[in-house]
Design a protein around this ligand. Structure first.
Ligand SMILES: C[S@@+](CC[C@H](N)C(=O)[O-])C[C@H]1O[C@@H](n2cnc3c(N)ncnc32)[C@H](O)[C@@H]1O
Length: 407
């Protein structure tokens, strides 16, 4: 990999640069583990003499463990979910398909569909959280395309996966907010036109203050949408907001801001489990609170791989609309392995393209060793470049990508 000096970086156009291609350093034992797992394999591949050296592996062997643990990615399939632990081999499927190391921060970003121009700032431990917690931009883009374009505010914005997708869909993110300064720093760098307010929304009066800052940022124009993913576990079964329940502390200020500003749309993202929480009462209550503010509501469970993300990841999107219509789910462009298995009749699988694979997502990136790589280096393509890689490098548009890659 070509490593440039800071002077030469200044001379280079950013399209030649590669950010965050850094792979975590592993212990000698973890390296033995990594070498023993075949592509598509997992902890079951690890020979007994190696597994016996690790308490965790001994426990998994004794009581059984998920088949994603100690997994090595398969080049021909989308990845499993990228969580915030992709710096450890034992918490998911994060071993590179052919190199004996874990995926780099950039490779995880590619599997989350962040374009290569998106640079992660802060400590490496923060970068794992920034990427693992994000909504994949291409998934956010798909949902963003379902509503009228306009000025958007992103609350609990993190590093900006949701903001990035909404921007790609043609929205203008005018303000983002998060409690974490590192997240705010990454957001600010990648969305320079958006104001970033680093504040703790659980604090008294913070919602009122943020609503007034948003009002200033709107500049008298209309606010199209407030988006965000506040935790919602603390709903009481009676359907009322219990302000003494700490788990409600973040949903209440989110809704307070909505009520003060009444945007055309509200977009709430959350984990699929929200649907079944308290036998569905939590979701029902959220929808009825939105309806109480005159929003018509819809909820869509979306699978990231159906929208071009090379990853199996599901997310629930709740939409409130004051435009007098329910917002439809976005149309899939790729089939889901999960739906394929279940032979869903709602999708015509033969009309859809196969989902983007790990190989298509990352194999152009320069080879590196475990514990090496640079946060800023020169992009030197390794072999053939796929349509997805062209898209990530900013060399083709999404429309062109769909024409060439989807059917
Ligand atoms: C799931 S992440 C958001 C991911 C983001 N939507 C994306 O696509 O990149 C949730 C965010 O909520 C933020 N958060 C947690 N508690 C908060 C609080 N009290 N006030 C404001 N933000 C908070 C966290 O720092 C985290 O970045």
């Amino acid at each position: 990999m070509g490593i440039a000096t800071s002077e030469s970086f200044n001379e280079l156009a950013s399209e030649n640069l590669l950010y965050n291609h850094v792979s975590p350093k592993l212990s000698d034992l973890d390296m033995e583990v990594v070498r023993s797992v075949r592509p598509g394999g997992n902890w079951k591949d690890i020979p007994l003499n190696v597994a016996q050296k690790s308490a965790r592996l001994r426990q998994i062997r004794a009581s059984g463990g998920r088949t994603t643990y100690y997994g090595r990615l398969s080049e021909n399939l989308p990845s499993y979910t990228i969580n915030t632990y992709f710096n450890r081999p034992g918490n998911g499927t994060f071993i590179h398909p052919v190199q004996d190391r874990l995926i780099s921060i950039r490779e995880a970003a590619r599997l989350q569909s962040f374009p290569d121009s998106y640079r992660f700032l802060g400590s490496t431990s923060s970068m794992y959280k920034q990427i693992g917690n994000a909504i994949p931009p291409l998934l956010a883009r798909a949902i963003g395309e379902q509503v009228k374009r306009g000025q958007v505010v992103d609350l609990f914005a993190g590093a900006g996966g949701l903001s990035e997708g909404l921007s790609q869909a043609g929205h203008s993110v005018i303000l983002a907010s998060d409690i974490n300064p590192k997240m705010c720093e990454t957001h600010k760098y990648n969305h320079p036109k958006s104001a970033v307010v680093c504040s703790d929304l659980s604090k008294r009066n913070s919602a009122k203050e943020l609503a007034s800052q948003i009002d200033d940022a709107v500049h008298g124009k209309s606010l199209r949408m407030i988006a965000g993913g506040p935790p919602c576990q603390g709903f009481s079964t009676a359907g009322k907001w219990d302000s003494h329940d700490v788990r409600n502390q973040l949903f209440i200020p989110f809704m307070e801001i909505v009520e003060r500003l009444m945007p055309d749309y509200v977009l709430i993202e959350n984990v699929p489990g929200l649907q079944w929480m308290k036998n569905g009462v939590v979701l029902k209550n959220m929808l009825s609170i939105l309806r109480g503010l005159d929003y018509s509501t819809s909820a869509h469970l979306l699978r990231a791989e159906e929208f071009g993300v090379p990853q199996r990841r599901r997310r629930l999107f709740i939409l409130g609309s004051r435009q007098g219509e329910d917002v439809d789910p976005p149309p899939a462009h790729f089939y889901s392995l999960e739906r394929g298995k279940r032979r869903s009749e709602t999708l015509h699988l033969d009309e859809l393209a196969s989902p983007v694979s790990v190989g298509e997502a990352i194999m152009d990136l320069p080879p590196i060793n475990s514990g090496s790589g640079e946060h800023v280096s020169i992009y030197e393509r390794n072999g053939h470049q796929s349509m997805y890689q062209f898209l990530m490098r900013g060399q083709i548009t999404w429309t062109r990508f769909l024409e060439k890659r989807a059917k």
